[in-house]
Design a protein around this ligand. Sequence first.
Ligand code: GDP
Length: 265
Amino acid sequence: MGLPEIVTVMTHASPDTTAGKTLSLIDSKLAMGWMHTARFFTTAAQLNQLPKVEVPEIAFVGRSNAGKSTAINTLTQQKQLAFASKKPGRTQHINLFSLGKQGVTDAVLADLPGYGYAAVSRTDKERWQRVMLNYLMSRESLSAVVLLCDPRLGLTELDEALLDAIRPRVEQGLKFLIVLTKADKLTRAEQAKILSITKLNAGGGEVRLFSALKKQGVDDVAQLLWHWCHPEGLPQAGLPQAGMPQAAPVTQATPADGTPTQNQP
Ligand code: GDP
């Protein structure tokens, strides 16, 4: 059986046409290099403990065991980064990671606790659903949501509830991507099928197949996130781009309460 067209799409950069214009492609090395700068910024148990940030924030959400930590580690090419979120005391926290070259933060990744974990008490589950929905609906700096989904399970009830919660913000411009993880566990025909079904249910959001094991979709997702956080594109060396806004001033994210950040080396 020949490769379905979809697989070709997965392995090549695709222009971001969501804003109605085609942005120039960027080198996947640039996007992967940028993802690799991810470093631990801070952790918070609830929304009002999160620092205000003035750069785009991308939230990674998903059912427990969907492959979220593995995907974050693969995208950032760091073995332990998101597993820090699984350390005792941090599993129920929103963990923030800074992104940006030369130590200048130009975006933040937010790793939200996986939901639906069977061993968690009902009260804890409900509390976490509230914290998460509250975050998704009201976090000002939130620019994009990446929903990790194991395609063998499909979108669960909680995934659907999350989609419903963010729909009004998606209509107002919040970017949205469904990452179908563990694609290596599916045949090519199954991948093509689940991709088209999920696209129909994605309500205008992006959908990508992803395998940490086979490194499928990694460059593509990294490039999409790069474009979302740099809508102005690459500044041309030394020259302001005609008709393009200057790159937004980059502010180092600092906790609102002035507490020192817990940056790791
Ligand atoms: P999380 O709870 O969503 O953070 O999920 P994890 O990243 O811990 O992954 C859950 C399980 O799925 C682990 O056993 C991973 O090894 C496995 N897994 C994650 N990504 C992949 C993948 O791309 N391919 C395969 N085959 N297994 C994966």
